[in-house]
Design a protein around this ligand. Structure first.
Ligand code: ZN
Length: 182
């Protein structure tokens, strides 16, 4: 019961933080759909740790809203705050630097941060397949390739999640007729 309560506290906080945000793409999907999906994927892959799942619900709040690590630590504890901080990009940097750093830092992330990274990328790739977006095909393919480069440093912790990621990855590249080199 206590675990359910803290999980819904995280969901409620994330929903409030992302309240006016929408996902990229033409369907104007509420932003909160994304962290819900990421957390649910982790549950479907057998992950039950409430701190991991809370961090998954909160994984974009520092990066994309006014929420701070201190606030998360005071509401959800140091562990959750530290996982969220690990998966947060430094938005002061250029997009290129942020993308490069995600690959470089990936091998040194904690287990929960690695699982969230994989689930996050898998859900983003799935959205690129499923929903219309203005991106040209080349940009979608570049996203898949970058996501894969992060994935190789994070995989090996949850075989079900790894398989899910690879299935989505292959589905996208097949759709766009790209040869897959694993
Ligand atoms: Zn995300």
């Amino acid at each position: 019961m206590v675990e359910l309560e803290s999980l819904f506290k995280a969901l409620d906080f994330a929903a409030q933080q992302h309240i006016f945000q929408r996902r990229k793409g033409s369907f104007n999907i509420p932003y909160i759909n994304h962290p819900i999906r990421v957390s649910y994927l982790l549950i479907q892959c057998g992950e039950t740790d409430v701190e991991l799942l809370s961090a998954a619900l909160l994984h974009d709040v520092i990066e994309d809203t006014q929420a701070t690590a201190e606030e998360i630590a005071s509401m959800f504890g140091e562990k959750v705050a530290s996982i969220v901080s690990e998966v947060t990009d430094n938005m002061q940097l250029s997009k290129e630097d942020r993308k490069r750093l995600q690959i470089e830092k990936a091998p040194f992330l904690s287990r929960p941060a690695k699982l969230i990274k994989i689930a996050d990328k898998a859900c983003n790739m799935e959205d690129l397949i499923r929903y219309p977006i203005w991106w040209p095909k080349s940009r979608k393919i570049a996203y898949f390739q970058w996501a894969y480069a992060v994935f190789v440093h994070c995989k090996g912790l949850n075989p079900t999640l790894d398989k899910y990621f690879l299935d989505v990855y292959k589905r996208g590249l097949n759709l766009w007729n790209i040869e897959i080199n694993e």
